[in-house]
Design a protein around this ligand. Structure first.
Ligand SMILES: Cc1cc2nc3c(=O)[nH]c(=O)nc-3n(C[C@H](O)[C@H](O)[C@H](O)COP(=O)(O)OP(=O)(O)OC[C@H]3O[C@@H](n4cnc5c(N)ncnc54)[C@H](O)[C@@H]3O)c2cc1C
Length: 376
């Protein structure tokens, strides 16, 4: 792995950045989504034979980071091409690939992703959404919470469980549930987030699905799930780094001009140094994100798992600090709607909580990397 970007990556970054700047903070999500798709950015990680760009998560994370840095992040990129596209490309049947991958790549279809449950939260071993066979069909029953963009998505990839006929234990499985399936209902959660992508509570009440709604092998569910969760963590890091860069750039602009004594406020080290620290933290987080993407794209799922967790942690923390310091740099203007930074305080916290919280990553590193015992 090189620590400097390839010419192709630099060119991709510059082109996406130009697109992002054309749309800016007041972007229209639909328009940007379809333009990014037409330019090949949404499916840059998907296989070429299914209409994708043949790249990997390294390229997809560049796209999301640059759009975020321009103030127009496309949250659904974290789930649609990154998790769902990856899982279908790696484990789907030929028919599932033909049905979904070209459409995810050209942006005409979108897929949401649902794992979180109200009574399980961070403990995904406790999820109870259960699929049972009825002839060749599946009947899926359960509840999900905080699922993003279900209204925008044609279908949601739902993590459920099926019963192992030998042991009776429940094992994780992935199902494609169409938005309008009977028994599949959603209620929008009233979030304090100013984003086009909303979160939903989902109820699945004996949702009847055909046999081919199951993605991948019933017996290899966990492996397949992790194939999708690592890209999700890497993409959340990209989302966070983009947002942190956006906020920091606004603060730096402001600190260069705003003068209340003899010199601009950016000349005071109390203002300049925390901004410099925020920049360093974002750069460091990006390095770890690049490492995670490199390992993932090279097929090292285990190595990528640790790096993706660390990248998500570092990026989430760097983003929260960058946004906080940026708001502070603008003084009262940091809290006005005109300057638009205050709403990022809430948005930045998402990267600390989802898709896996800061504490759960610290748990992972304590147990898996450092070999310390578990408290739970
Ligand atoms: C904006 C947004 C979008 C989301 N989109 C999606 C989506 O599209 N699909 C999806 O499936 N989910 C989504 N989520 C859900 C998200 O992944 C969960 O919120 C997250 O996994 C945490 O689960 P929880 O909210 O139930 O918190 P809990 O699990 O209840 O945790 C609460 C607190 O306790 C801490 N905690 C829990 N267990 C431990 C422990 N063992 N040790 C130390 N601390 C612990 C946590 O770190 C956290 O701080 C989204 C969430 C948000 C906020």
């Amino acid at each position: 792995m090189s620590t400097t970007e390839t010419e192709e990556h630099k060119a991709l970054r510059a082109a996406v950045s130009a697109l992002g700047k054309r749309h800016g903070r007041d972007y229209d999500r639909e328009q940007l989504w379809s333009e990014a798709a037409k330019l090949g950015y949404l499916g840059v990680n998907l296989p070429e034979e299914y209409g994708g760009g043949g790249g990997g998560i390294a390229e997809l994370s560049i796209v999301l980071e640059e759009l975020g840095a321009a103030g127009c992040p496309l949250l659904m990129m974290v789930v649609s091409p990154a998790i769902c596209g990856t899982v279908i490309a790696r484990f789907g049947t030929e028919e599932q690939k033909q049905t979904w991958l070209p459409a995810l790549a050209d942006g005409t279809r979108t897929m949401a992703f649902g794992i979180t449950e109200p009574d399980a939260g961070s403990n995904s071993h406790r999820i109870t959404t259960t699929a049972r066979r009825d002839g060749t069909d599946w009947l899926l029953t359960g509840r999900k919470v905080f699922i993003s963009g279900v209204d925008l998505a044609d279908a949601t990839l739902i993590v459920g469980r099926t019963e192992d006929s030998r042991t009776g234990r429940l094992k994780p499985c992935l199902f494609i549930v169409p938005r309008d399936a009977d028994g599949f209902t959603r209620r929008q959660i009233d979030m304090e987030l100013q984003a086009v992508e909303k979160q939903f509570e989902l109820t699945l009440d004996d949702v009847r699905l055909p046999a081919d709604a199951l993605v991948g092998d019933e017996d290899a569910g966990l492996l397949q799930l992790f194939a999708g969760l690592n890209p999700e963590r890497i993409m959340t890091a990209a989302f966070a780094i983009g947002m942190g860069r956006y906020a920091l750039a606004r603060a730096v602009e402001y600190a260069r001009d705003r003068t209340v004594w003899d010199a601009p406020i950016g000349a005071h080290q109390a203002i300049a140094h925390p901004l410099a620290q925020a920049h360093i933290d974002l750069e460091l987080a990006r390095l770890m994100m690049q490492k995670a993407a490199y390992l993932y794209d090279a097929g090292d799922d285990v190595g990528a798992g640790e790096a993706a967790n660390m990248a998500k942690y570092a990026a989430g923390e760097a983003c929260v600090r960058a946004v906080d310091q940026s708001v502070h740099t603008l003084g009262g203007n940091g809290l006005t709607r005109e300057f638009g930074l205050a709403s990022l305080i809430t948005a930045a916290r998402v990267a600390r909580i989802a898709p896996v919280s800061r504490e759960m990553i610290l748990n992972y590193v304590s147990h898996q990397t450092l070999g310390l015992p578990k408290s739970y």
